[in-house]
Design a protein around this ligand. Structure first.
Ligand SMILES: [Cu+2]
Length: 345
């Protein structure tokens, strides 16, 4: 007796166990299988506190009033995104084959009152900045067809400013439907000094994040010496579940492969800080050729690990001119795009 034949794709998925990403609406999703997040979101029930806020004149009415010095207008919107805009992998000097464009989501910064965009939509979203003791106020509007949110790390906030979906316990900031607007207020307490992240944490988590809803934040102490260069490095991936493309791309700031990913630039003598964060299902390592720095224990290293949701700041005085690589040292990530140039004059 022989077993029925099994396709290569099915065999690979079975052999690898097909990494489970999440279960939404009772259905299991895997990283390597396309998922239609908008269709899935179309019959989500509105949580009771969200419905009550809407009935009483909109979610904004029940949220804290703004009044901080760091006020942002940020819209989540759909954007046609090219992961490899120049079509080439400069590390290996070859063409990148296959489709590289998809319907992404991005956090886009606007002028006060959402009067006009402050530039093109980018992935990751805009840098949110504050000094210790200040407040960050974000007027957040959703123009995607999926309920999404903004959830911050590190800063201080009350439970209704969490930007997280919690089923029937969800506050208005945790379920922002298409066209709706909420205001988030977050406190830059002294303990929040340093670099952090924000990302979607809505009911379709983590698919909208995988489509591009992530960004950096920094809380500075103006009494301390600041770096000459602050580089924000998001290690994340665009997977078939979120893109519908037939291959994964391992990205730095929304792009894959050197020449498409950011080319960071500094000069000898600069006080340089790389703020490296990981936001997908993987551990990534940040490695720069020709450089070394002290880790939090004081040990000199040239490669540091970041897990999902982590952020590590790498800081050193620049002493080595040239065209260098930075990359994730997980080889399968490195060779599927997670690399770029660091150019020192
Ligand atoms: Cu990696």
């Amino acid at each position: 007796m022989s077993l029925p034949p099994i396709g290569r794709r099915a065999f690979v998925a079975e052999a690898a166990g097909g990494l489970l990403l999440c279960t939404l609406a009772g259905k299991e999703f895997r990283l390597d299988e396309p998922a239609d997040v908008e269709k899935l979101a179309s019959d989500l029930p509105v949580p009771p506190k969200v419905a009550a806020a809407r009935a009483s004149g909109g979610a904004e009415a029940v949220l804290a009033q703004s009044g901080g010095t760091n006020e942002y207008w940020i819209q989540a919107e759909q954007v046609k995104w090219d992961i490899v805009p120049n079509g080439r992998d400069q590390m290996m000097g070859k063409q990148v084959k296959g489709k590289t464009k998809f319907k992404a989501y991005a956090y886009r910064a606007y002028a006060p009152g959402f009067s006009e965009p402050l530039g093109p939509a980018r992935i990751p979203g805009p840098l949110l900045e504050a000094n210790v003791g200040e407040t960050i106020t974000v007027h957040f509007r959703n123009k995607t067809s999926t309920p999404v949110t903004m959830h911050p790390h590190g800063v201080m906030y009350s439970v209704d400013m969490d930007g997280a979906y919690k089923g029937k316990y969800t506050d208005p900031g945790g379920f922002v439907e298409k066209g709706d607007e909420v205001t988030y207020v977050w406190e830059a307490i002294p303990e929040a000094k340093g670099a952090w992240i924000y990302h979607d944490h809505g009911p379709m988590d983590p698919l909208p994040l995988y489509k591009g809803l992530l960004g950096p934040m920094i809380i500075r102490d103006p009494g301390e010496p600041q770096p000459d260069r602050d580089f924000f490095v998001a290690f994340h991936s665009f997977q078939p579940a979120a893109t519908g493309l037939n291959q994964p791309f391992y990205c730095v700031n929304g792009r894959a492969y050197a020449g498409n990913t950011p080319s960071f630039k500094a000069a000898v003598g600069d006080d340089v800080a790389f703020h490296v964060y990981a936001l997908d299902d993987y551990f990534h390592t940040f490695h720069i050729h020709g450089h070394r720095w002290a880790d939090s224990s004081g040990r000199i290293v040239d490669n540091v690990t970041t897990g999902p949701g982590d952020l590590v700041t790498v800081r050193f005085t620049e002493d080595n001119p040239g065209r260098w690589f930075y990359h994730c040292h997980v080889f399968s990530h490195l060779h599927q795009g997670m690399n770029g140039w660091y150019i020192v004059d």
